[in-house]
Design a protein around this ligand. Structure first.
Ligand code: FES
Ligand SMILES: [Fe+2]
Length: 335
């Protein structure tokens, strides 16, 4: 029997990263596969990022393999039909009349925080919220972004839930954190707010001594989120500031694309900044590698058996429901 990794609908609604803005220059055309679909991402000569369903509606060529940007249009490699940014066929170079059904789906796209984000909705509904600007403040105070990326055989629910699972921080990662009673949870309106924030205290090891301080985990829907850590390393007299911006995008029902971008706040000691950067990067990577071993072999249980000390998993799940169609959620719960 084939085991479904998640009983929820395959993908939640929301904004998901499909590329970094810097990876898409004017004139670039890229084939992509996300949400179980073949897609094509391109940037027009004037600089607009667009995401289309991949298949040309003339005879089905993949627009991402050999397609070209022509001004503000995307040209199919097969018979050179051209699509405008709305996805409508605007030109057939050898015909006067354009077939009225010649249109490919153009996905809602926004660029924020250096990311190209695409809006997913299972019924192709329009965006109902937006990812805010997540500026670091004065960039000069921070190290440049360092990236780690994984293709992981898991579902997006489990990747997000990991950050709110306080017990596993101690058991799997050997961090120590305070009990859930001492955590602060912010959900201004659990039914409507796309932002979910948890602030708790964390002790971590291996970065020039024991680091102790508050860790802030914030999510903007299930695709984008950050982990910010402000800690004191008493032994070394260092105040540590870190931020990891995370983007998780479903590839299909079995795999997700995880991209993490790490920044370290520069300390007053120039000579330790590079070491701290390397150690943070390494610690985070090792931590995710430990998670991956669990994720790739687990199932998502809709009815887990939770105890008080498991942290805000139940609260997180109530919040996350808003990103699924209500009918699908009811169907999944009734199974
Ligand atoms: S298949 Fe695209 S123009 Fe013919
Ligand atoms: Fe983890």
């Amino acid at each position: 029997m084939q085991i479904r990794r998640s009983p929820l609908t395959p993908y939640p609604r929301g904004w998901f990263m499909v590329a970094l803005s810097s990876e898409l220059q004017p004139g670039d055309v890229k084939p992509l596969r996300y949400f179980g679909q073949e897609l094509v991402l391109f940037r027009t000569q004037e600089g607009r990022a667009q995401l289309f369903d991949a298949y040309c509606q003339h005879l089905g060529a993949h627009l991402g393999h050999g397609g070209r940007v022509v001004g503000e249009h995307l040209q199919c490699p097969f018979h050179h039909w051209e699509y405008d940014c709305s996805g409508k066929c605007a030109k057939v170079p050898y015909a006067d009349k354009i077939p009225p059904g010649a249109r490919v789906r153009s996905w809602p796209v926004e660029e924020v925080n250096g990311m190209v984000l695409a809006w997913y909705h299972e019924a192709e509904g329009e965006p109902t919220w937006h990812v805010p600007s997540l500026s670091l403040g004065d960039e000069a105070d921070w190290s440049p972004s360092a990236e780690t990326r994984w293709k992981v055989r898991t579902c997006i629910q489990d990747v997000n839930e990991n950050d709110l699972d306080s017990a596993h921080l101690r058991c799997l990662h050997q961090f120590t954190s305070k009990t859930p009673e001492e955590m602060e949870l912010t959900m201004r309106d659990a039914a409507l707010d796309i932002r979910f924030t948890l602030v708790s205290n964390l002790e971590s090891f291996g970065m020039a001594g024991t680091a102790k301080g508050p860790i802030d985990t914030t999510k903007f829907g299930l695709g984008i989120g950050w982990v910010r850590y402000a800690a004191e390393i008493a032994d070394a007299g260092i105040t540590l500031g870190t931020r990891t911006l995370g983007a998780t995008t479903p590839i299909d029902e079995d795999y997700v694309d995880i991209r993490l971008f790490h920044n370290i706040k520069k300390t007053q000691f120039d000579h330790v900044n590079e070491t701290l950067e390397k150690q943070y990067f390494k610690t985070f990577k090792e931590t995710v590698d430990q998670d991956i071993r669990i994720w790739e072999n687990k199932r998502h249980l809709l009815r887990p058996n939770l105890c008080q000390e498991d942290g805000p998993i139940a609260a997180y799940r109530r919040w996350a429901r808003q990103f699924y169609s209500a009918e699908e959620m009811e169907r999944a719960l009734a199974r």
